[in-house]
Design a protein around this ligand. Sequence first.
Ligand code: SF4
Length: 502
Amino acid sequence: MDKEVGHNIGRTISTGCVARSLADTSPDHKTVSLPSAERDIHEACGVVGVYAPGAEVARIAFFGIYALQHRGQESVGIATGDGEGIYIRKAMGLVSQGLHEDDLSQLPGHVSIAHTRYSTPGSSRVANAQPILAKGPDIELAIAHNGNVVNAMELREELKGWGCSFDTSSDSEVIAQLLAHAPAADWEERASYAMRRLEGAYSLTITTKDELIVMRDPLGVRPLCMGRLGNGWVVASETCALDHIGAEFIREIEPGEAVLINAAGPQTVYRKPSSNGFQASCIFEHIYFARPDSVLDGSLIYQTRMAMGAELAKEFPVEADMVIGVPDSAIAAAVGYAQAADIPYGEGLVKNRYVGRTFILPDQNMRDLGVRRKLNPLPELIKGKRLVVVDDSIVRGTTTPHVVSLLRKGGAKEVHLRICAPPIMWPCYLGVDFATKKELIAANMTVEEIRDFVKADSLGFLSTEGLLRASGRPRNKVCMACFTGNYPIPVQLEMDKLALEV
Ligand code: SF4
């Protein structure tokens, strides 16, 4: 497994802005080619920040990011600051596989950040794992980033003109360099400069050698919340991470807010309103990304998903014997559908919850088994039944026909698919790796053609109005661009995710 060695940046690294990784010395392991995922949606990333003098901040960050494993399974990293320097450990793989007790012992300090990643811009290699370190004329910092900056290419060229060199292919390094080189005397000026230049989605946790800074883009695309932990403070992508480490939820970081956390506690040092007054929190967090036990925009995700199921039952009623959900993300919506339609809820599919991301490719025989490695039907429970099957979304349409086929082979008499998301017709440029437009099934087929393709008896996609009602969010506060094509900021259509690749 690739692992980047720990560094005391303040003491031992004299040149370059990003620590050199083992991957750079091992050509065979430089770029990791991943097997194509069985799931069509590749999550955003997860970030954590901890400011807690006297506590084991690396350990707290570890367990915080462990709770956010669902947001990215490709790499993990932690950085700490102890007043003297910044220390980083990062590795490919799951949190529990990538970092171990001896890693934590090399991460001293009172401030920490952590990151778990699924690649969006940039390829899959340990050098692109985060936190990413940057050294400016008068500051060193490490950042953990969730989101996607759409003007990273032009900023990168500008920063090169300032003498910055880039060691990774990610937009996150552009943010790190911009922050480190911002003409600024303090964090108010630094945050103000960076936020006026960056366009797109960024929820950031940043550590210097002694302070924690967190920022959320003015549109508020990706979530970020703050909690209290004893005498310290914790910031995380989702509230489930606060719960996991015993922190008390205090509030969300507001869109456009930059907060400095040090011995004086949290202080908002800068606020930037969005240019058009709108916000654009990603509605897909509610549908799929966030954990059901997280609270987002004031609502428990589990209850929001139940409401999506209830809306689906109103929009697409059908005579049926049982409602099942495709585990895990559609279970709550299936419960909501069943309650609203007064049809018994049951389990018809069992998920192998211990299937993580693997770097071992399946052989042809196993590949043919496809989704069966993840999902297995319960024939005794579904045989002869008319099923309502609730799923979160259909992206490329590669998985759904197999799910329907599994249920039919298990004896289901009818399969009525109900989808919590409207048809996905546009790519995401704000941190989610869906697909290009030509790969999106709903961009190329009508609903009836998709029903025929997946071989369901009926198919219903939740409307955008139903989704808004279920999420309880007004239209001018959410992004629904992958359904509507109305992006909250101008984007370069079909932007290549590897455009920043060195
Ligand atoms: Fe979320 Fe879709 Fe907007 Fe991307 S385009 S931020 S996935 S709602």
